[in-house]
Ligand binder design. Sequence first.
Ligand code: SF4
Length: 250
Amino acid sequence: MSQCERSALQDARVYLEWIRRQGLLVPRDELEAAMASGASSPGGAGAQDASGLPSAPAGSSSPQAPARFAALRAEVEACRKCALGYQRKNAVFGVGNPKARLVFIGEAPGATEDEQGKPFVGAAGNLLTRELKKHGVERDEVFICNILKCRPPDNRDPLPEEIAACEPYLLEQLRLIGPQMLCGLGRFAVMTLLKRQITITKIRGTWEHYEGLPLFVCLHPAAVLHQPVNRPLFEADIKTLCEAYKRGAP
Ligand code: SF4
């Protein structure tokens, strides 16, 4: 079994476990049909309309969503739409609950993420995980990803053409996950999502919008590690975010 197939199976297992935890029942034949059609149909994640976005809006409630999510992961892991696809060790699709109510979005994978194929690992990821846990939110109930799925060399800022090539994957992830709210981590991620210049220290802790979804602006945990003076701000923001997440609204 290839790495892509293992990842797709893992996504399906996570989703089924989520369904089981929610006490929901999905008829087995319906689920199998969805898995089969989503994995092989030309209307799967690989199909695109003229705008470059996937054409069939599966939506988070569609029975095809788990298969579309797995197929999207496989597409990202094989992607060479920009030059970064030829330089990465691993594409970093994202981790967590494929039906999460809260999605964290960072800028791009760093060296450790590139090595491991997972976002927000290492000290910065651990800090985020710890702060969430402090407020009763487990990392595996949210979804964590980046705008760019491949690491820019030497951690340089992503180029406009790389963002243009990769952002449709993020949009499709959000369409399939169907979250209630988003959290942008760090200046560059938030600036890219909002498509305007920002001063992160001025708008951190406030709500903006991305694609019609509430977007909470937060410092990047790595920036907090580099400048510990910002730690109380980061902790306060994660607390605000977790409270909003628990009540289901900003
Ligand atoms: S950064 Fe995005 S668009 Fe570029 S190769 Fe990686 S997955 Fe494809």
